[in-house]
Ligand binder design. Structure first.
Ligand code: HEC
Length: 462
């Protein structure tokens, strides 16, 4: 039976039964989750005014105007042997791909950045500003002039490419070769060969794939020693390192998640004084998403961690979802439905905030390939809504955690809200071995769908 992974499989096993009861209790509160109408106001997250048209400098050149944009917003992935199909690091390379690149930036396809405008502000926003898009377009229209290398403005200090301090350096015990699949990532879970001898806090994480062509996305989860022993039984059972965890109970674990990674990311450091708790005996589970459409070969990822014995606040993750979805009810995505939708809300302050407010620091939505729209919001007690994440063009490939530029407070009486939409028509089915699959009525589960919000927050050390 499909089960909601988060509740029974957190790091902090002894908390699980209580949390599970509370979530089931909360599920009985909202009366309207079978409705097909979103309770969000019609003007939810719409921009107050149309965006100002972008302005480009007169007679833009590559060195003066375009290279600084491409270096900051594209070259993290478009490097030799990177995840992107071609490098964009020299004039010749950018010139060669200029028409394709113009199309991709004008249509918002590149850089990959899913949150829609006018919802919230995020750290490390890699999207292009209207001025940057206008500059790129004006440059291509003018015939892509190279200009003078001496005109290149001084580069801002590069983002650090490693953690300030590396306390744990652990690599997958043996390389893993994803099998080529058409139109689908291979999602594989691994236990990393490192056990925490004593309780501590993780204050920074970094992932270094050995094969950047195929590594598309990673999630790092802390699992208790007991859970690790249970998972070790699956490890290698099919003759390959790790185990297949697509749609499985290990796929989505809000409470144990301590880090995530996407191509182009810098190492992630928690805000000052914040860390994720790991207890003695904890092991690390690494969930890798491999895109075998982008390259071949094996990968043997490394994980770097920065640790601290003391912190002021503990980082926590919490799920936003209806337990009835994975208990087999309330989440039916009918074959042929162009816009199947579910939503759910609850007041997280009761349990997670122990009756006090919660400051949300990061947000994420999790669906599979049929997803189209994903939203997280706060339904305020006074009837207003505050947008946390609004993805209008879901792409499973680019799922990631978004850090809010400023924490957003949920007060007692407010409700945390998640909404997912799917397109289950024939046109939106996966290609398997070149063949379009027939739509089927599905619910929650492996090879079916999921709708999970995850919020990250921190609370004072008890
Ligand atoms: C986070 C990594 C990343 C960043 C940043 C990024 N790209 Fe890409 N790009 C990719 C990947 C991966 C592909 C291959 C197609 C895919 O997976 O979506 C791609 C494909 C492309 C393509 C081919 C589009 C197509 O239709 O196949 C163009 C053009 C492109 N990128 C231009 C850019 C430009 C210009 C920038 C910066 C403004 C940029 N990219 C930033 C990862 C990235």
């Amino acid at each position: 039976m499909p089960q909601f992974p988060t509740l029974g499989h957190g790091t902090f096993d002894e908390e699980a039964p209580g949390v599970r009861l509370v979530f089931l209790g909360l599920a009985l509160v909202p009366a309207c989750f079978y409705s097909t109408e979103s309770p969000l106001p019609a003007d939810f997250a719409t921009c107050e005014a149309p965006p100002e048209p972008g302005v480009s400098p007169a007679a833009p050149t590559y060195y003066r105007d375009v290279k600084p944009i491409v270096d900051r917003k594209c070259a993290g992935c478009h490097i030799a042997d990177g995840v992107a199909p071609f490098p964009l690091t020299t004039y010749a390379e950018v010139e060669l791909h200029k028409h394709q690149a113009q199309w991709a930036v004008e249509h918002g396809v590149m850089p990959p950045w899913q949150p829609a405008d006018c919802c919230s502000d995020y750290r490390d926003d890699r999207s292009l500003s209207p001025d940057e898009i206008a500059t790129f377009t004006a440059w291509v229209t003018a015939g892509a002039p190279e200009g003078d290398p001496a005109d290149e403005p001084p580069a801002p200090p590069p983002a650090p490419d490693r953690l300030p301090r590396i306390d744990v350096d652990v690599q997958l015990a043996e390389p893993f070769t994803p099998s080529p699949r058409v139109g689908k990532d291979e999602i594989r879970c691994f236990l990393l060969p490192h056990t925490f001898a004593a309780a501590t806090y993780v204050t920074g994480t970094d992932l270094i794939p050995s094969n950047r062509r195929i590594a598309h996305h990673a999630i790092l989860v802390a699992v208790s020693g007991e859970k690790a022993r249970e998972l070790a039984r699956k490890d290698g059972a099919d003759g390959r390192p790790g185990w297949d965890c697509y749609g499985g109970a290990d796929e989505l674990d809000a409470r144990g998640t301590i880090g995530g990674w996407q191509p182009g990311d810098s190492p992630r450091v928690f805000p000052d004084g914040v860390g994720a708790e790991v207890k003695a005996g904890t092991q690390l589970l690494l969930q890798m998403h491999y895109d075998t459409g982008a390259g071949t070969g094996a990968d043997q990822p490394r994980v770097h961690l920065m640790l601290s014995d003391t912190v002021e606040r503990v980082a926590r993750g919490a799920p936003v979802g209806n337990p009835l979805w994975f208990a087999g009810e309330g989440m039916e995505i009918r074959a042929g439905d162009p816009d199947a939708m579910v939503f759910f809300s609850y007041d997280p302050t009761v349990v997670l905030g122990k009756g006090g407010p919660i400051d949300v620091e990061s947000v994420m939505i999790h669906m599979h390939e049929l997803g189209t729209i994903g939203r997280l919001a706060i339904l305020r007690q006074d009837g207003t809504t505050e947008c946390l994440l609004n993805i209008l063009d879901w792409d499973f490939h680019w799922m990631t955690t978004y850090f809010l530029a400023r924490p957003v407070r949920i007060n007692p009486g407010d409700r945390l809200y998640v909404e997912c939409h799917w397109d289950n028509t024939r046109e939106n089915q996966k290609l398997v071995n070149g063949e379009q699959q027939e739509p089927r009525t599905i619910g929650w589960g492996a090879d079916e769908e999921m709708c999970g919000g995850i919020i990250g927050f921190s609370e004072p050390v008890p």
